[in-house]
Design a protein around this ligand. Structure first.
Ligand code: SF4
Length: 94
């Protein structure tokens, strides 16, 4: 894997080839609004990029969320009564 020679000096990148950046338009795309607050953000010059994805918008627009976002984690709340029902069900199954 080669170091980026386009926007992120010294960062290893799978898109960097001997002929240059092979990503769309030959460069990474800036973060999108939904990325704000994520720990994977990094700033080069006056633009903010993602450390992981070359085009953050594709995660938020296509998938609807980013699987590697360090913020915006969905809260997993378990209804105690639902837990009790499942526990009771499994106990009866014994
Ligand atoms: S990891 Fe996801 S949410 Fe975080 S900056 Fe990258 S694309 Fe945005």
């Amino acid at each position: 894997m080669l170091d980026c020679a386009t926007l992120k000096p010294e960062r290893k990148c799978i898109f960097m080839k001997k002929s240059g950046c092979s990503y769309i338009d030959n460069r990474c795309k800036p973060i999108v609004e939904q990325c704000k607050g994520c720990n994977n953000i990094e700033v080069y010059g006056d633009t903010t990029y993602c450390k992981v994805y070359a085009e953050p918008a594709t995660k938020w627009v296509v998938i609807g969320e980013c699987p590697l976002a360090t913020h915006n984690k969905k809260e997993v709340k378990e209804d105690k009564s639902a837990f009790q029902r499942r526990k009771g069900k499994s106990m009866r199954g014994r």
